[in-house]
Design a protein around this ligand. Structure first.
Ligand SMILES: [Zn+2]
Ligand SMILES: [Zn+2]
Length: 276
């Protein structure tokens, strides 16, 4: 609930996101820092001004990290105070009839990618101030309903051509209808399903290596051996034996590069149920 209530804090331009110079400076008056600084002075005198001494350097580092820690704690405290008090101030301002400051907030609600329909949705649903009369309030509600209706006409689609957009931005592309698949495609699909085992004891009769070879003739790719042991013989003779020492074989079906011969054997057994 708290995070839902705080959602807009990330786009609230008034939220304190850093310390002012004065606030940052104020940590120097912290008792821990004061005593460390005094100790550094004494150490400096004892070392006769040799500030490159490891002990002195280490103390410097400690002072810097202590200041960093205090500043982070101070910022958290200020932000928490703002989050506690700002909603109350906003409500009090609204009750007092002060108009919402639209321009400063609106800037961060929109980006250059915002579609007109999206902009209308945000303007009518989030940024529209409450109406002063019942009629105005009803008008505000009608505007919001119309904006939602207009927005719903935009079809959400996949990301295309590698142009990823942030925030699931909808686009006006209607996805192509799938072409009916040919019997060859169906046979390939069935063969592929058969060489991915669901049970470690399953033994398919199609060769996953031949199936993954797009340059091989169709009948070779989908060929089904009369028994799993025939497939094993084929796999050892036609694929495993041909892997040279130091060569990294590939499972084109899984689009996976395997490190060596034994890796291929292991992959064949565990993923495709092919014993060798
Ligand atoms: Zn094969
Ligand atoms: Zn594979």
């Amino acid at each position: 609930m708290r995070s839902a209530c705080n959602m807009s804090r990330w786009i609230d331009p008034n939220r304190p996101w850093g310390l002012t110079a004065e606030q940052a400076e104020s940590v120097n008056n912290d008792p821990i820092i004061c005593s460390l600084l005094q100790y550094r002075e004494r150490l400096k005198r004892r070392l006769k001004g040799r500030t490159n001494h490891p002990k002195y350097q280490e103390l410097n580092k400690r002072i810097a990290s202590e200041k960093e820690r205090l500043r982070a704690a101070l910022l958290t405290e200020i932000q928490e105070k703002y989050e506690r008090e700002e909603p109350v101030r906003t409500i009090e301002r609204q009750l007092a009839g002060v108009k919402l400051d639209r321009t400063s907030k609106a800037v961060s609600y929109f980006s250059k990618d915002t579609l007109p329909e999206q902009r209308r949705l945000i303007e009518t649903m989030i940024l529209a101030p409450p109406g002063a009369t019942l009629e105005e309030e009803q008008q505000r509600r009608d505007n919001a309903v119309n904006a939602v209706t207009a927005y719903c006409k935009i079809e959400e689609g996949d990301m295309c051509e590698g142009r990823k957009r942030s925030g699931g931005r909808p686009k006006r592309v209607v996805t192509k209808t799938k072409e009916p698949s040919s019997p060859e495609d169906e046979a390939l699909k069935a063969a592929m399903l058969s060489v991915y085992i669901k049970d470690p004891k399953e033994r398919p009769t199609a060769c996953f290596m031949c199936l993954g070879n797009e340059h091989a003739p169709f009948y070779v790719r989908v060929y089904s051996f009369s028994s799993p042991s025939d497939l094993s013989k084929h796999f050892k003779k036609k694929h495993l034996k041909k892997v040279e020492e130091g060569e990294a074989p590939q499972c084109k079906l899984c689009n996976m590069c395997l490190n060596h011969k034994m890796h291929l054997q292991n992959h064949a057994l565990r993923i495709h149920g092919t014993v060798s």
